[in-house]
Design a protein around this ligand. Structure first.
Ligand SMILES: C[S@@+](CC[C@H](N)C(=O)[O-])C[C@H]1O[C@@H](n2cnc3c(N)ncnc32)[C@H](O)[C@@H]1O
Length: 326
C-alpha cells in the first residue's frame, strides 16, 4: 500500500523559494561572474550590476543550497556550478533553467487556467522565442545523446534506408540512428530557426553527407519522401488531438509500403496518474501551450489505426508506439 505523505512533505512540495533563488541566479548570471574566482558579494554585485545587500542574501542562500561555496566573505562556484552554470562551459545547461524561468508567469496563471480551461498562451516557446528554443534544444541534445543510441538499437530499423525525423530539433535522434544504421540516410524536418542548431550538430557528427535538413511547418508544408521510417519524438504534446491525427495521416502518405511510423512521447498511463513526472509535465503543457496535452498510448494508437497503420504496438511502456504501413 502507498505510504501517506507527512505534513512536512506537503510543506516541502509547496515550497518553491529555492527554485526561484536558483532561476534568478541563472538569469543574473552570477555563476559566470564568479567563474573560477573567489569573490565578495560587492565584487559580484559590481560585475553584474546588482544591489550588494540583496545579492548577498541570494548568494548566501545558494551556499546553503550547496550550489555555491563560501570561505570568509568570499563566494565561489562549486564543481557542479562551474561545470554546468558558467556560460562559457561546454556543459552549460543554464538555457533549460532560463526556459523554466521564462515560463514562470504562465505557471502563475495556473489557477485561472484550471478555472476556465483556457491556456494563458497561444503559441509555444519554439514559436515565440526561437533563440531560447534553439538554445534549449542544444541542452536537450547533449542530454539526449545518452539515450539516442539505445533507442536506435531497440527499434530494429535494419531494413530502413530513409528516415524522416519530424520536428527533429538538434537532430539528436537522426544522428544516433544514422550512426547505428550505416545504410540509413535521414532528413531532419523542423522550423527554420531551429535548423541552425541542427546544422551545427550534424556537422560536428560528420554526417552532412547523410543527413539533410528541411525547413518548414510540419502541419502545413510538404514533407518530401517517401520514407522507410518516420520518427515523431516529443512533438505531439505541443498540439491538440485534431492536429495530431492529421499529422499522423500526413506521415502515412509519406511512407513507403512496409514503412514504419514511430511515435516517442511522454504518454500518461491509462489511469492518468502515472508516470509521476508525466503527470506534472501534463500540467506544464496545460499552461505553456495553447492546445497541447500529454496523451495516452491508446490515443496515439487510435490516430495510427484511423490513418491506416497496422500492427500498432506499444514498444516501450508510456514512451514508444509503432505502426506499419501495409
Ligand atoms: C521538444 S523538441 C523535440 C526535438 C527532437 N524531436 C527530440 O526528440 O529531441 C520539439 C521540436 O518540434 C519542432 N516543432 C514544433 N512545431 C513545429 C512545426 N509546426 N513544424 C516543424 N517543427 C516544429 C520544434 O522546433 C522542436 O525542434
Amino acid at each position: 500500500m502507498r505510504r501517506e505523505l507527512s505534513l512536512a512533505e506537503i510543506f516541502q512540495i509547496g515550497y518553491y523559494w529555492e527554485t526561484k533563488v536558483l532561476l534568478t541566479a541563472v538569469r543574473l548570471d552570477v555563476f559566470s561572474a564568479l567563474g573560477g574566482k573567489e569573490c565578495t558579494a560587492a565584487e559580484v554585485a559590481q560585475a553584474i550590476g546588482a544591489d550588494q545587500r540583496a545579492l548577498g542574501l541570494l548568494l548566501n542562500a545558494l551556499v546553503a543550497m550547496k550550489v555555491l561555496a563560501k570561505t570568509g566573505d568570499r563566494f565561489a562556484n562549486t564543481v557542479v556550478a562551474k561545470t554546468h552554470l558558467v556560460r562559457s562551459s561546454p556543459n552549460y545547461v543554464g538555457h533549460l533553467l532560463l526556459l523554466h524561468d521564462a515560463e514562470w508567469n504562465n505557471w502563475g496563471k495556473l489557477e485561472e487556467t484550471v478555472r476556465t480551461g483556457r491556456s494563458p498562451v497561444t503559441r509555444h516557446v519554439f514559436e515565440t522565442d526561437p533563440e531560447l528554443g534553439a538554445n534549449v534544444l542544444s541542452v536537450l541534445d547533449r542530454i539526449g545523446q545518452q539515450s539516442g543510441p539505445g533507442l536506435a538499437k531497440r527499434l530494429e530499423l535494419g531494413g530502413a534506408k530513409t528516415l524522416l525525423d519530424l520536428g527533429g530539433g538538434a537532430g539528436t535522434n537522426a544522428i544516433a540512428f544514422c550512426t547505428h544504421y550505416p545504410q540509413m540516410n535521414a532528413v531532419v524536418f523542423d522550423l527554420p530557426q531551429t535548423l541552425k542548431v541542427t546544422e551545427r550538430a550534424v556537422k560536428e557528427a560528420g554526417l552532412e553527407g547523410r543527413i539533410a535538413l528541411r525547413a518548414g511547418d510540419f502541419n502545413a508544408d510538404p514533407l518530401g519522401g517517401p520514407y522507410d521510417a518516420v520518427l515523431m519524438s516529443d512533438i505531439l504534446h505541443y498540439q491538440g488531438p485534431e492536429a495530431n491525427a492529421a499529422l499522423v495521416e500526413k506521415c502515412f502518405a509519406h511512407l513507403t509500403s512496409g514503412g514504419r511510423l514511430i511515435i516517442k512521447d511522454r504518454f500518461l498511463d491509462e489511469s492518468g496518474t502515472g508516470p509521476a513526472w508525466v503527470t506534472a509535465f501534463a500540467v506544464h503543457i496545460l499552461v505553456n501551450t495553447e492546445k497541447g496535452r500529454c496523451y495516452t498510448v491508446a490515443e496515439a494508437a487510435s490516430w495510427m489505426q484511423e490513418a491506416g497503420f497496422q500492427s500498432v504496438v506499444e514498444l516501450e511502456r508510456t514512451a514508444v508506439v509503432r505502426g506499419v504501413k501495409p
